[in-house]
Design a protein around this ligand. Structure first.
Ligand SMILES: [Zn+2]
Length: 46
């Protein structure tokens, strides 16, 4: 999953993938960061 840094929406790679690269379908932003799945929270269990 990916997060658009412009509008903060969470979406899958298929949703943002365009023929010319990646683009947010909501705000046309082109900057994304990877969203970590929930299991990463288990790391802080110490
Ligand atoms: Zn966006």
């Amino acid at each position: 999953m990916y997060i658009c840094v412009t509008c903060g929406k969470l979406m899958s790679r298929e949703e943002i993938e365009m023929p010319h690269g990646v683009k947010c379908p909501y705000c046309n932003g082109k900057v994304f960061r990877k969203a970590r799945p929930d299991w990463s929270k288990k790391v802080e269990a110490r």
